[in-house]
Design a protein around this ligand. Structure first.
Ligand code: ADP
Ligand code: MG
Length: 704
């Protein structure tokens, strides 16, 4: 159909430059249409275009939506700016061309559009896929296409109007979205599978673990157990679930386990906690636990450490056995040494006695003194030996006095010089203002002499001995080094310029009977005795020595806070004088020979002696109104009352009664560890009869 007829409108037959009104404001296409050679198309010159054609073109030129109109049987194309963008390289050739020629690649599609449209039908496509050549190459595109007929003058369709909206971008995006979604779905599926696998692995671990696993409440109720429980402890799952796990724990471990559960319930984890679990057969097994709490449960893993524990126990026993055998060796050495020395001394005593008997039987009475002296000397040495042993055992009965050590040393200086001989120089350096100490002065003298003899022995070619005293304040560190409580000490050091000692000798020097000296010269009891005495006095002894340089041995003794006892000095034992008339001594001892000997000595001295065999008899005498100037009593007594209790009871009725305890050993505690009340004294067995006589006389005179 070709619109023909007279040109209409204001412009009439005027040649058109700007184009007719309906094209004005129609954008770039408005101008192109105005300039197009329409007379050579079926539509004819613009001026001849009928009203519906003009109206339709005017309308589409003003639309922002891509619109193309296809006129007549051939579908002559007129479109707007938006469509020209869509047409790409086809524009501007498409303008005024037949649709079949304009879009040859989709000619069939457009044939159908034309057929339907010109017959008055409409077509609508959503995301229609087409391949177009818009930019010199095939291009896959998607479009929403809406076709409807344009009614002509007679009402019959004169053309088709197409609204073209390209949806390629949207379709592509949707496609990508779909791909992404699919990938996501695949990924999800894989993830699910992996989670499932992991769960399976976790379950496998739970099933196959040789460690026992436990989930339990903070109330110790068992919620879950793994099969290792059965393998390791013999319990089946049903025997455990719902039970209190505390019921399976060794009674000795239950307090610690409860504490650990408490700690878990406050949110702390357990890193290594050991306890014993009861097996079904009644035996126990050591387990080592790690555990973590969450809001409701404890999750715990327990490892069997029974074998480790047993191995550690075996090692501990081995060590113990070794220590025990070392101890036995030391005891063997000690007893062997004592037996050896005692046999020698006994030989001296029994031999002398035998000879004495023989001479007496033969009536040869001259020269008997010699044998008596030999036996007496051997017995004396035996007594000294037991004394040293007791000193080492820290069981000697000490008689501690507040002592001025400088004064004690100066009293000994002459004796030391004579003992070490002229080849050894002796120097004494006494610190002024030296603190007093509380020690048994006789023992300290003996210790000092022993140290000087050791120093002399280490200097066979002569040398120098320095005896030095000092006040020492020991802080925490120094005290710990010397195994003493911190505080104030006095030090008494003896230094020589002798051979020195190897570390091995230093290590063993305090062992009883340890000596490096030839047989007959060393007893190995000197340092051991000093050690025992010093330790018993609350002090310490240390050796500092260098081979070839010399040795320093230091005694540390705790400072005594209090006045020193000026009266205490070695009492010179003069010939025992005879007693004043009527002076009476009560002797209490369960050993008749001791009583007899003491009584004899007392009578020799002219004292009246009263005897009692136990505490009760002694007390009876003390409660009587008999004159008693001195009580001499053994400490260990039969009859439920010891010597100390007897003395205390006696002082109730006889306040200030003078007392002399005679004691064998280890009765320090009974005697108040040296802290005796005034007027109470100690004499250690065995004692020489002269010593006893001297003490008794001193005590009676001192109280007079
Ligand atoms: P003894 O003197 O009878 O051998 P001790 O117990 O007094 O016994 O000493 C033990 C050992 O310690 C000595 O045999 C000696 O080896 C060593 N010793 C002690 N004092 C010194 C010292 N001043 N110099 C070198 N060695 C010493
Ligand atoms: Mg010695």
């Amino acid at each position: 159909m070709e619109p023909k007829g007279e040109p209409q409108g204001r412009n009439g037959g005027e040649p058109e430059r700007e184009g007719p009104d309906f094209l004005a404001g129609g954008g770039a296409l408005g101008q192109l249409i105005a300039a197009h050679d329409w007379p050579s198309t079926p539509l004819g010159p613009l001026s001849s275009w009928p009203g519906h054609l003009r109206t339709t073109v005017g309308l589409l030129l003003r639309s922002p939506v891509p619109i193309v109109t296809l006129w007549g049987e051939d579908g002559i194309m007129i479109y707007n700016d938006a469509y020209s963008v869509f047409a790409g390289g086809r524009h501007p050739r498409l303008l005024g061309s037949k649709v079949r020629e304009g879009w040859p690649e989709v000619a069939d599609f457009n044939d159908n559009v034309m057929k339907v449209g010109l017959a008055g039908g409409t077509l609508a496509y959503r995301d229609q896929e087409l391949t177009l050549h818009r930019h010199g190459r095939p291009e896959q595109v998607w479009m929403n296409l809406d076709y409807s007929p344009i009614p002509g003058v007679d009402g019959r369709p004169a053309g088709v109007i197409a609204i073209v909206v390209e949806t390629t971008g949207k379709v592509r995006a949707e496609g990508e979205l779909r791909v992404t979604a699919e990938a996501l779905a695949t990924l999800n599926a894989e993830l699910g599978q992996r989670v499932e696998e992991r769960t399976r692995e976790r379950d496998r671990m739970w099933r196959l673990s040789t460690d026992i696993m436990l989930v339990a409440g903070f109330d110790a109720r068992i919620e879950a157990v793994n099969p290792a429980w059965t393998a390791l402890l013999g319990w089946g799952e049903t025997e455990l679930l719902g039970q209190d796990f505390m019921a399976f724990i060794h009674p000795d471990d239950s307090a610690a386990t409860l504490a650990e559960v408490g700690s878990l319930s406050s949110g702390r984890t357990t890193l290594r906690f050991e306890n014993r679990y009861r097996r079904k057969d009644g035996t126990y097994r050591w387990l080592s636990w790690t555990a973590v709490p969450d809001k409701r449960f404890i999750h715990a893993v327990g490892r069997d450490i029974q074998a480790e524990k047993e191995a550690a126990e075996t090692l501990r026993r081995t060590e113990e056995a070794l220590r025990q055998s070392q101890k036995m060796e030391a005891v063997g050495q000690l007893t062997g040494g004592i037996a050896h020395d005692f046999n020698n001394l006994l030989t001296g005593i029994t031999g002398s006695l035998e000879l004495l008997r023989t001479r007496l039987a033969q009536g040869r009475l001259a020269d008997l003194d010699r044998y008596i002296a030999t036996a007496h000397g051997a017995a004396g040495r035996a007594a000294a030996l037991t004394h040293r042993l007791l000193a080492f055992a820290r069981r000697q009965t000490l008689d501690p006095r507040p002592t001025n050590v400088n004064r004690l040393i100066s009293g000994m200086e002459e004796l030391i010089r004579r003992t070490v001989g002229p080849a050894v120089a002796v120097e004494v350096v006494g610190t002024a203002g030296l603190w007093p100490v509380l020690v048994d002065p006789n023992q300290l003298e003996s210790a000092l002499l022993n140290l000087c003899i050791n120093a002399r022995d280490a200097m066979p070619d002569g040398g120098r001995i320095t005896v030095e005293t000092a006040n020492r304040w020991m802080d925490e560190h120094m005290a710990r080094e010397r195994d003493l409580p911190p505080g104030q000490y006095l030090s008494l050091c003896v230094t020589d310029t002798g051979t020195g000692m190897t570390p091995e000798v230093i290590e063993r020097a305090f062992d009883p009977f340890f000596t490096t000296k030839p047989l007959g010269q060393g007893t190995g009891l000197g340092l051991s005795m000093i050690y025992g005495f010093v330790r018993q006095s609350g002090g310490q002894i240390r050796i500092y020595s260098e081979i070839g340089q010399g040795t320093t041995v230091c005694l540390y003794l705790p400072r005594h806070h209090g006045a020193e006892d000026a009266a205490e000095s070695a009492a010179a034992l003069a010939a025992a004088p005879r007693a004043e008339r009527g002076e009476t001594v009560l002797i209490v001892d369960d050993e008749p020979t001791v009583r007899m000997l003491v009584t004899e000595v007392l009578q020799e001295l002219g004292y009246t002696a009263l005897e009692a065999g136990d505490g009760t008899a002694g007390l009876r005498a003390l409660r009587s109104d008999a004159r008693i100037d001195l009580l001499v009593t053994d400490v260990g007594l039969p009859g439920g009352m010891n010597g100390r209790q007897l003395a205390d009871a006696a002082r109730v009725t006889r306040p200030g009664l003078r007392v002399l305890f005679i004691t064998g050993y280890a009765e320090n505690a009974v005697l108040g560890n040296g802290h005796l009340e005034p007027g109470m004294h100690v004499l250690t067995k065995p004692f020489a009869m002269e010593a006893l006589a001297g003490r008794i006389r001193d005590l009676i005179e001192g109280g007079a």
